[in-house]
Design a protein around this ligand. Structure first.
Ligand code: HEM
Ligand SMILES: [Cu+2]
Length: 539
């Protein structure tokens, strides 16, 4: 006997339950993940539009399309949207939700109702962040970092924006809590820790950062709110407070947060590389442990954002040294991916192309991070476009490309349709070309001294700025082609088999799309996640 939920694809109405309510109140991890996916892609589009408008303003010196104050609001909102609404929830909340239970052979996450509650919190936070644009004293102009004393004094709508961030933080904490519990308690009996797919391992490491570091951010933004309304003076020297305290609190969360962004993307790459090289991953244990090592060591390096803020020389040296230490587990992963590809039988399909793009762009971002991590050089390039280039390479080139790779890899699983692969490959060339044209000049003008967060510049930076703006158009063209290649296939029927890529983790044993109810009985797990013997492509 089967219940209908075991055969009806989760995208289709469950017998007797249909309509929008069956989505927004669903407790099914797959539907919740889908809700996140749509929201996150929408926020990404908003962030891209803001970014492109900023680039337009910067195409020539002087005022082009907006005034200075509008530009301040633009980079603040661009930063807040991209960080808190796109990259932090991106891979864990959307792909993690859908895939985590499937990869470990569980029926759902441990707390399905808490899971949909997290999505509601995300939606509330997103709506408040957007509302802060149009209400109060105008859109916030502090930058996404909300540094005091400015954030306490500006008359713009910082209060509402920090409330939004506070609520988004809870969404993240609850998702982390859910994932940790699920991985500990709900693995199929034969799914030992050593058989856990590396994407699940990366979600596990990430979930601990979400759970332990996010409360610090919550407290920090709550204090900004309290300061704005009550003026206690915690961060105000004239009342005995200390503005540096704010920076410490902010970065104690926000540095680990960059690992919330990047570690899941590394997990995605660790799934894709072996599947398309048809070869067991090189150094499974080293990759799994390096995720935990990054999560741990990455929590100890926050003050590298404050080399110019005032710290003892000893502290500067310690934080600089620890920053270099974090590079080791990241380099271990890059080495293992490359070693996995070596002598593999490689299928150059779109997911692999994007995973390779990740490795290249992330390495460029990571290596320039070392320039910023050593105090001597950081003082030269602090708050210049060098930093803007560095973090776009890491978060956009890394997490963004990781998310695109995840989309191209699991899209046929989620929707039962195959996208236009040739067109996706074309988008890759546009994206990689546009990306480097957009951000590489920023390294150069940054080294020459162009400060970040300025709407105007000296004529000497004109060429670099213009190339960068033209690059942003190529990049957007790439995005359009990518999303067109994905959406085009929705007209056709669902024809994809269980395992179009011949991958060996558990989600590929299910139909595409998976049914409403999966793994009611825990599945057998006879082999490891990367042993491809007897696993065939089933397009
Ligand atoms: C088409 C894509 C994008 C374009 C054209 C773009 C462009 C820009 C520009 C012009 C700035 C302001 C530089 C300054 O004046 O200091 C900026 C800042 C920033 N961007 Fe992007 N960006 C894009 C995508 C992204 C993505 C995908 C992320 C994150 C995932 C991101 C995160 C940030 C952050 C955090 C800031 C700093 C905001 C601040 O200074 O407070 N951007 N971006
Ligand atoms: Cu940092």
């Amino acid at each position: 006997m089967h219940s209908p939920g075991e055969t009806v694809p989760f995208l289709d109405p469950y017998p007797g339950r249909s309509g929008i309510l069956s989505w927004i109140f669903s407790t099914d991890h797959k539907r919740i993940g889908m809700l996140y996916l749509w929201c996150i892609l929408t926020m990404f589009a908003v962030g891209v539009v803001l970014g492109v408008l900023m680039r337009l303003e910067l195409i020539a010196p002087g005022r082009d399309i907006m005034d200075a104050q509008t530009y301040n609001a633009m980079f603040t909102l661009h930063g807040v949207v991209m960080i808190f609404l796109f990259v932090i929830p991106g891979i864990p909340a959307a792909f993690g939700n859908i895939l985590l239970p499937l990869q470990i052979g569980a029926e759902d996450v441990s707390f399905p109702r808490l899971n949909i509650f997290s999505w509601w919190l995300y939606l509330t936070g997103a709506c408040l962040a957007v509302t802060s644009l149009f209400t109060g004293g105008g859109p916030p102009d502090t930058g996404w970092t909300f540094y005091v004393p400015f954030s306490e004094r500006t008359t713009t709508n910082v209060s509402l924006a920090v409330v939004a961030v506070f609520i988004l933080g809870f969404s993240s904490i609850l998702t982390g809590l859910n994932f940790i519990t699920t991985i500990h308690r709900l693995r199929a009996p034969q799914m030992s820790w050593g058989k856990l797919p590396l994407f699940t391992w990366s979600l596990y490491a990430t979930a601990w950062i979400q759970l332990l570091a996010t409360p610090v951010l919550g407290i920090t933004v709550a204090l900004v709110f309290i300061e704005r309304w009550l003026g206690i003076g915690l961060f105000d020297p004239s009342k005995g407070g200390d503005p540096l305290l704010y920076q410490h609190l902010f970065w104690i969360y926000s540095h680990p947060a960059v690992y919330i962004m990047i570690v899941p993307a590394m997990g995605v790459v660790s799934e894709i590389i072996p599947a398309f090289a048809r070869k067991s991953i090189f150094g499974y244990k080293a990759i799994a442990i390096s995720s935990l090592a990054i999560a741990f060591a990455g929590s100890l390096v926050w003050a590298h954002h404050m080399f110019t803020s005032g710290m003892s020389d000893t502290a500067v040296m310690v934080f600089s040294f620890l920053t270099f230490v974090v590079a080791i587990p990241s380099a271990i992963k890059v080495f293992n991916w490359v070693a996995t590809l070596y002598k593999g039988s490689i299928y150059l399909e779109p997911p692999l192309m994007f995973a390779l793009g990740f490795i290249f762009l992330f390495s460029a971002g990571g290596l320039t991070g070392l320039v910023l991590g050593s105090a001597g050089t950081d003082i030269h390039v602090h708050d210049t476009y060098f930093v803007v280039a560095h973090f776009h390479y890491v978060i956009f080139g890394g997490t963004g490309f990781g998310l695109f790779a995840a989309m191209l890899f699991w899209f046929p699983k989620f929707f039962g349709r195959m996208y236009d692969r040739r067109m996706a490959n074309v988008s890759w060339y546009l994206l990689i070309g546009g990306f480097n044209m957009l951000y590489f000049p920023m390294f150069v003008i940054g080294l020459q001294g162009m400060p970040r967060r300025y709407y105007d510049y000296l004529p000497m930076y004109q060429t670099g700025q213009m190339v960068s703006t033209i690059g942003s158009w190529v990049l957007v063209a790439g995005l359009i082609v990518l999303f067109y290649s994905l959406s085009k296939c929705f007209y056709g029927p669902r024809t994809v088999g269980n395992n179009p890529w011949g991958a060996a983790t558990l989600e590929w044993t299910l139909p595409s799309p998976p049914p409403h109810l999966t793994f009611l009985d825990p599945p057998d797990v006879p082999r490891g996640p990367y042993s491809y013997e007897g696993v065939n492509r089933d397009e």
